[in-house]
Design a protein around this ligand. Structure first.
Ligand SMILES: [Zn+2]
Length: 54
């Protein structure tokens, strides 16, 4: 059985969270464009969101 409550909690935790593809640092940002890694200043960021499914 699916647990919708847990899904919402996970969504809230992972939404707006980006992962640097260079150094895997987590960066929280509400912006969709121009997200920069605070460690290596790379702009190659991907959504943490995409890790959940699959
Ligand atoms: Zn980085």
């Amino acid at each position: 059985m699916a647990k919708p409550r847990n899904e919402i909690a996970v969504k809230r935790l992972f939404t707006n969270v980006y992962i640097c593809m260079k150094c895997n640092a987590k960066v929280r940002s509400g912006k969709k464009d121009g997200v920069k890694c605070r460690k290596c200043h790379s702009t190659g960021m991907r959504l943490k969101n995409k890790d959940i499914k699959g």
